[in-house]
Every structure is written in C-alpha cells, then in structure tokens.
Design a protein around this ligand. Structure first.
Ligand SMILES: [Zn+2]
Ligand SMILES: [Zn+2]
Length: 94
C-alpha cells in the first residue's frame, strides 16, 4: 500500500524542502551553485553581509524564497555598526 509507505517515511524524515528552480534538496544540505533561489546555501548559510566573518548563521526563509524565486535569509550580522554600513555600501554599489 503506497499510502502507508508515505506516512511511515514522513514520520522518520522531516519535511523535505527543496528548491523550485534547480530541485536541490535544501533539507539535505544541497544547493545549486549558480541558482538565485538557492543563493549559496541550503537551509542555512553564513553571514551574507560579511561572508561569514562574524560567525552569525542565517536561516532560510523557505516560503519567501519559493514565492520570489530568490533566496531569502533571516539573520543579522554581528559586526559593529560602522563595519556593517561599510560592507553594505560595497554590496549595494555593485
Ligand atoms: Zn536552486
Ligand atoms: Zn556578518
């Protein structure tokens, strides 16, 4: 019986989150390298602002990522305010 199998699987495994664009399974740590929806991480990634210098971990906002087709992350940079301003200028002046 198919239905039984599905129920049994879902009790063991957590919900599978995957990228709609490249089908990488985020909940298993996969992500597409050049995929805007993956955005360089699976369910979490290091700080997008300073590229991990501050040791802050950002969590994926799965629904927002799906809705927009672009990676959305929840988190904040731990670097001092001035440093963040400086990095933001670099990021957004590209
Ligand atoms: Zn992707
Ligand atoms: Zn940071």
């Amino acid at each position: 019986m198919e239905a039984c199998q599905v129920i049994a699987m879902s009790t063991i495994e957590e919900i599978t989150y995957r990228c709609n664009s490249c089908k990488a399974i985020w909940s298993e740590g996969e992500f597409g390298r050049d995929c805007p929806e993956c955005g360089g991480g699976s369910m979490q990634r290091n700080c997008i602002l300073c590229n991990g210098q501050c040791d802050s971990v950002y969590l994926r906002a799965v629904l927002d990522s799906w809705d927009s087709g672009e990676a959305h992350w929840i988190g904040s940079c731990n670097l001092p305010e001035e440093e963040k301003q400086r990095l933001m200028k670099i990021l957004f002046s590209r």
